[in-house]
Design a protein around this ligand. Structure first.
Ligand code: CA2
Length: 138
């Protein structure tokens, strides 16, 4: 089982800025624990602040991997291009968010990803990623 986690802009700052919203664990620390907890799964990770790089990664893995866990961060609410890429690939995508975007500003209530996603998990902190992973394990 090959799973790719893709994180969008500013998520490289997790654990380093705004801990009241996003917690105080870095993604690298969380990922190491996730990989240790699920040794039977190959969990790859990619983060970019650049829209086109996220689209390139979706196209690169999106016809061979078993699942993609995508937190497109702010691009969730703006990017027709990432939304189109999610629809164009064959690997199922689970959209995740750390925060409950529906409890936040109105502009965060729109997602260009959800209509092409297999499902959406939001509001559970970093645990959102593990819940998404488990959804692929059946
Ligand atoms: O809750 C989520 O996972 C979001 O995708 C996070 C995005 C936000 O734009 C979405 O509306 C919801 C923002 C990620 C920024 O991450 C930071 C982490 C630490 C410090 C500052 C930003």
């Amino acid at each position: 089982m090959q799973i790719m986690i893709i994180n969008g802009p500013n998520l490289n700052l997790l654990g380093k800025r705004e801990p009241e919203v996003y917690g105080n664990t870095t993604f690298e620390t969380y990922l190491s624990q996730l990989q240790a907890d699920y040794p039977e799964v190959q969990i790859d990770y990619f983060q970019s602040n650049i829209e086109g790089e996220i689209i390139d990664k979706l196209q690169e893995v999106g016809f061979s991997f078993d699942g993609i866990i995508l937190n497109a961060a702010s691009y969730t609410h703006t990017s027709v291009g990432i939304g189109d890429a999610v629809k164009a690939i064959t690997t199922p995508v689970v959209e995740v968010h750390i925060s409950n975007t529906h409890k936040r500003e109105d502009f965060r209530h729109i997602s260009y990803i959800s209509s092409g996603a297999k499902g959406v998990i939001l509001g559970f902190g970093l645990q959102s990623y593990e819940l998404a992973l488990r959804s692929f394990l059946g």
